[in-house]
Structure formats: C-alpha cells, structure tokens
Design a protein around this ligand. Structure first.
Ligand SMILES: [Zn+2]
Length: 108
C-alpha cells in the first residue's frame, strides 16, 4: 500500500459517504457500493463471479442500508458495521480507494 492510499477523512451522510485520501483525492460513495465490496468471509465469496455478484446486489438492494458504524483498524483500514448484519469485514485503505475509484464519484 502506498501512502497516497491512506484514508484521511470519512464523512458519513445518510445514504452515502465522502472519502478523502492522503493524495488529495476525494470521492462520494453510496453505502450500497461499499456494502457490495464487503471483504468478510460471508460476503467475499459472493463477489467471485458475475452471477453471484448480480444476486448479491439484488439482495443488498432490497435491504435498507442504514448508516453503518465505522471504526478505525490500526493504521491501515476501517471496519464497517452494517445494521443489516455484517460487521466482520475490514476494508483496507487500498480496498476503499479501489471501490471509490470504481463505483464512487470523484469530487474535484
Ligand atoms: Zn460481509
């Protein structure tokens, strides 16, 4: 992980959040996208192929995604606790940056 991937700030809104990184890049990201990238042992296997991703997305979209709790894990990641029952995945800053770039909107 490079230092530019380090998360410097997280602002949690009702339905999305703003992630700011050490290199100055910032992104607005919906919780849905964040939830779909959950790296825990339960959700990880659901992102393995296209068909499972589609099913996983449909399932997550049916849930009401309330604002998750976020907790810093060391200096390298965040643990999000989702009210809908998933709380063991640790999102490394590198993963957060990757999801933000793929699914978020860049805030110049
Ligand atoms: Zn999970």
């Amino acid at each position: 992980m490079s230092d530019s991937d380090a998360l410097t700030d997280l602002e949690r809104g009702r339905e999305d959040c703003v992630l700011r990184f050490a290199d100055g890049a910032s992104f607005r990201l919906e919780y849905l996208e964040l939830r779909l990238a959950c790296p825990c042992a339960k959700c990880g296997p659901r992102q393995e192929n296209e068909q499972r991703i589609i099913e996983f997305r449909e399932e997550v979209m049916r849930l009401r995604l309330d604002k998750p709790k976020a907790e810093l894990v060391g200096r390298y990641g965040l643990r999000f606790s989702w009210p809908t029952g998933c709380s063991s995945g640790i999102y490394s800053f590198g993963l957060l940056r990757q999801v933000a770039e793929q699914a978020g909107s860049s805030l110049a």
